[in-house]
Design a protein around this ligand. Structure first.
Ligand code: MG
Length: 170
């Protein structure tokens, strides 16, 4: 049995991860609409990763005999203003998700739930990578986004991203 509060937060996180998938699918659709198919591809794969995160949380709860409670996923709530602004919103969202993961970690820590802390270690590291990727995109767009040829090349680069399953296996 896991601590009640920890289970509640993990269940909430399942929803947050699905919301992230939904949000990034919205980003992806925005970029495809703009003709930036590489950016669209990048965020479509990002959406798949977020779904994977939710599924890992679900698996962890089930492995520990805990009940999974799914709740309604909000409509993506970010106004997509420009190709550049969306990247900044992506970075802000990842910083927010990091704070959520840290919050669950904190709850596990306070009840000496070492098993959940170990499970969350992967997510702590993953969030570091997510933030660094999102920051990288913001910086690249700042450097190259205003030049058509460079933007074309950047879009091609992002179009080459392929999906790979998460490195965490439960
Ligand atoms: Mg995630």
């Amino acid at each position: 049995m896991l601590d009640k509060k920890v289970v509640e937060l993990l269940n909430q996180q399942v929803n947050k991860e699905f919301y992230s998938a939904y949000l990034y699918l919205d980003f992806s659709n925005f970029y495809y609409d703009q003709g930036l198919n590489g950016f669209g591809n990048w965020y479509k794969i990002q959406a798949q990763e977020e779904r994977d995160h939710a599924m890992l949380m679900i698996q962890y709860l089930q492995n520990n005999g805990e009940k999974v409670e799914l709740s309604a996923i909000d409509k993506p709530g970010i106004v997509l203003e420009s190709a550049k602004a969306v990247l900044g919103e992506g970075l802000k969202h990842e910083q927010y998700v990091t704070s959520l993961i840290h919050n669950i970690y904190d709850a596990a820590y306070s009840v000496k739930d070492f098993r959940t802390m170990q499970f969350l270690d992967w997510f702590v590291k993953e969030q570091g990578e997510e933030e660094s990727n999102a920051e990288g995109l913001v910086k690249k767009f700042e450097l190259f986004g205003d030049d058509a040829k460079s933007l074309y090349m950047l879009d091609n680069e992002l179009g080459a991203r392929v999906y790979s399953a998460p490195s965490l296996v439960l």
